[in-house]
Design a binder for this molecule. Structure first.
Ligand code: EPZ
Length: 421
């Protein structure tokens, strides 16, 4: 297991590009199960969750060929329609194969995802939607057994605008008989990216980008190609890396429309943001970081996937910030580790109260999940002395060699093999 050894206190300066979005790729890849032939996904990030999805699809007979950032997926020889526990427990997004398999092949056997580093992450909305479309869903020995001769269009309303449930239902509805309406659909850019890919395959979808999607099922979809959108969470993470070290960076290939909530909170914290053509400049060299409250919400609000990173920044701000997560009430495993670095944070229910301190001091800290590990790296960049972040395999799930990007901006991060865990 690798760890990062970070020598803190280096200001980040320079230009860095944003990779393709993990959470878009993890929806675009299973979508190809709706077709037979070769599809191409451009700007696909080379990170562990993408490799896990490739492995999951390969178990079904799907072949993938990853050349640079182009992922070519061939679905001509699909043999099985199963997602085994061994892979699903590694990556919850495996549940995304359920909708397309059921819709195209009438059968899917997918392991229930099981636990997650924080709280229960149910899939009841996914199953409710597919049942409304006529699927027979049984749970046997930890597996979802889903059957349907032909899914029928249905009117579906989600209590929560679930990203995953919207994606699964969208893919299932594309080949269903008749019209499906998804009310209170997720509007995340990754869902829009998926919908645009389905349209290119021949799907008929109205309301893209809104919370009411209407899908007219078609008989067949054909392989196509799509550009993966830039990763808005990586973009936000890199911006906070520059802010927390009082540096100045230029971010290229980010989509400003996807990160307005993050940019406006950074400006509220006294950090200078300039938006250029295909570039976003952040200058925190003369900034005294102000404490700014954040309450996460669905897109276009402040993303829950940036909550941990924001807490890291607020740890060194000048005042007290309340950071509330309204999506996941217990996504705060990073807090005790940040406290080990000298942060002053108390969590009550789903709010972290962050009293800014003058400095953080390097120590050994442990990653517990993807975005928690990102927040520890950010804190380590600013801490005095050396910080060791253990279990960076969590980080590798969602960031493509982030230490190389950060070191290219002047950070001093060493990836070291470690038997500690
Ligand atoms: C996606 O997860 C992302 N993952 C998550 O990013 C992200 O945190 C989350 O959306 C919220 O934005 C991928 O896209 C692969 P949800 P997903 O269904 O689809 C409840 C990261 O760090 N819910 O929108 O699983 C659920 O408990 C990861 O990149 C139900 O109650 O999220 C949560 O409170 C972490 N029943 C809320 O909805 C359901 O059937 C939002 O979950 C489904 C969800």
């Amino acid at each position: 297991m690798d760890k990062f050894v970070i020598k803190g206190g280096k200001k980040l300066n320079g230009k860095v590009s944003v990779s393709g979005a993990k959470n878009a790729s993890l929806a675009l890849m299973p979508a190809v199960l709706l077709t037979s032939g070769i599809s191409r996904l451009y700007n696909t990030p080379r990170l562990n969750d993408v490799f896990t999805m490739i492995k999951l699809l390969s178990q079904m007979g799907v072949t993938s060929n990853f050349k640079d950032e182009q992922l070519e997926i061939n679905t001509t020889e699909i043999k099985t329609y199963e997602a085994p526990y061994e892979l699903v427990k590694k990556m919850r997004a495996s549940i995304y194969v359920l909708g397309p398999l059921l819709s195209r092949y009438g059968y899917a056997k997918v392991s229930l995802p099981g636990g997650c580093a924080w709280g229960p992450r149910p899939i009841n909305l996914h199953l409710m939607a597919l049942q409304k479309m006529g699927a027979k869903i049984d749970l046997e020995q930890g597996y979802i057994i889903a059957k349907a001769n032909k899914l029928n269009g249905a009117k579906i309303s989600f209590d929560i605008p679930s990203v995953g449930a919207t994606g699964n239902t969208l893919m299932a509805a594309a080949l269903a008989k008749g019209t499906t309406v998804i009310n209170n659909a997720a509007c995340e850019p990754e869902i829009t990216n998926l919908a645009n890919f389905l349209i290119k395959m021949g799907a008929k979808i109205n309301g893209i980008g809104t919370s009411i999607l209407e899908i007219q099922g078609v008989d067949e979809l054909t392989p196509s190609e799509i550009n993966t959108i830039p990763d808005r969470i990586e973009a936000g993470t890199l911006l906070i890396a520059a802010a927390i070290t009082k540096g100045s960076i230029e971010l290229i290939d980010a989509n400003e429309y996807h990160i307005y909530s993050i940019l406006s909170k950074l400006e509220e914290a006294g950090i200078k943001i300039t938006i250029g053509k295909n570039s976003i400049q952040l200058d925190a060299t003369d900034s005294e970081i102000k404490s700014v409250d954040v309450s996460t919400s669905v897109f276009p609000g402040f993303p829950t996937d940036m909550q941990a990173q924001w807490i890291a920044l607020m740890s060194l701000a000048n005042g007290t910030a309340n950071v509330t997560d309204t999506i996941y009430f217990d996504r705060f495993n990073h807090v005790p580790e940040l406290v080990r670095l000298g942060a002053d944070i108390v969590v009550n229910d789903n709010t972290a109260r962050v009293v800014g301190v003058k400095k953080l001091t390097g120590a050994k800290v442990m990653s517990t999940d993807l975005r928690a590990s990102a927040s520890l790296v950010l804190a380590g960049l600013a801490a005095e002395g050396t910080t060791e972040v253990l279990r960076v395999y969590h980080l590798d799930r969602g960031y493509q060699k982030i230490e190389e990007k950060l070191n290219s901006l002047g950070a001093d991060i060493q990836r070291v093999q470690s038997s500690e865990y």
